[in-house]
Design a protein around this ligand. Structure first.
Ligand SMILES: C[S@@+](CC[C@H](N)C(=O)[O-])C[C@H]1O[C@@H](n2cnc3c(N)ncnc32)[C@H](O)[C@@H]1O
Length: 271
């Protein structure tokens, strides 16, 4: 039992929250996440003026909007521009080798605040030009998607962006926005964001040449990982690439359609 601001999360309540979160988004919250749950859901209890988690759980069980709000609070959205440079080098090399007339579609499948999708777009626009590519970013968290759609970030985030891209695609804010920068709206035109749960098959987004599925599999057990990978691979063109994080692996995932071609990079093969 843990206490914070005098609100107690009992073991039975924690188990109910674990089950709800798992059912909604497939995330496994182990015992070590108890404080995180208390910290992050505290404000929802305050919002309703509740003093017991059991009352909040009842609201979540019967109110879809609050269930979505709980998911927004529980998901971890850490991200930054050009995270794991190796993958962006791979993307650049791959695009440079492509035939001149190909239109290329890339999916950032756990897009969070959009830094990954815009990093991809900067490379694609530089290599292919404006008319030959599209980036789609999806996430289950509706709040992070608002920031992704706005394309406006705190100024220190620009540090991770290579100088040439910074110059071309980032606009420094003025007056009340002087501590922020904006992704150039012309680049934003080729990037779209939508809410999607990786537990579901995604038929509305079409097929992709490359899928980035990075730093999200770590939250899933093997069974959910397997389902999520199968779901996204259904949207991957034959010969296309699936990229996971360097800190993740597909060791316990038997997916005969994926052949590992580099560390954390897989190609979809014909069976
Ligand atoms: C740590 S961020 C990774 C962001 C980015 N891919 C990167 O590598 O920097 C993980 C994201 O996965 C999202 N996520 C977690 N479970 C999800 C699910 N079932 N469906 C879709 N997105 C999910 C979270 O909302 C969060 O924004």
């Amino acid at each position: 039992m843990k206490i914070l601001n005098e609100i107690i999360l009992t073991d039975a309540e924690f188990i109910l929250i674990q089950k709800l979160v798992f059912k909604l988004v497939g995330i496994t919250l182990d015992e070590t996440k108890k404080s995180l749950v208390i910290n992050r859901l505290n404000k929802r209890l305050a919002f309703y003026g509740l003093s017991k988690f059991s009352d909040y759980i009842r609201i979540v069980q019967f109110n879809r909007d609050e269930a979505a709000e709980m998911v927004n609070q529980i998901t971890t959205n850490e991200t930054y521009f050009f995270r794991e440079q190796l993958h962006f080098d791979f993307l650049q090399r791959h695009l440079e080798q492509m035939s001149q007339d190909r239109f290329v579609r890339v999916w950032s499948a756990a897009a969070s605040l959009g830094a990954e999708a815009y990093s991809i777009a900067m490379i694609m626009e530089s290599v292919l030009g404006r008319s030959r590519y599209e980036v789609v970013g999806t996430d289950v968290n509706s709040e992070v998607l608002k920031i992704a759609q706005a394309g406006c970030y705190p100024l220190p985030w620009v540090e991770k962006i290579p100088a040439s891209y910074k110059q071309r695609y980032c606009l420094k804010g003025k007056n009340q926005h002087d501590k922020q920068f904006l992704i150039d709206p012309t680049l934003q035109q080729n990037v779209s964001f939508a809410q999607a749960n990786l537990l579901d098959k995604q038929t509305r987004f079409g097929m992709f040449d490359i899928i980035f599925l990075r730093n999200v599999l770590i939250y899933f057990n093997d069974e959910v990982k397997s389902l999520v990978v199968a779901n996204v691979v259904a949207n991957l063109k034959e010969g296309g690439y699936l990229i996971i994080s360097l800190t993740e692996n597909l060791r316990n995932i038997a997916n005969p359609m994926l052949k590992q071609v580099d560390s954390s990079i897989y190609q979809k093969v014909t069976l």
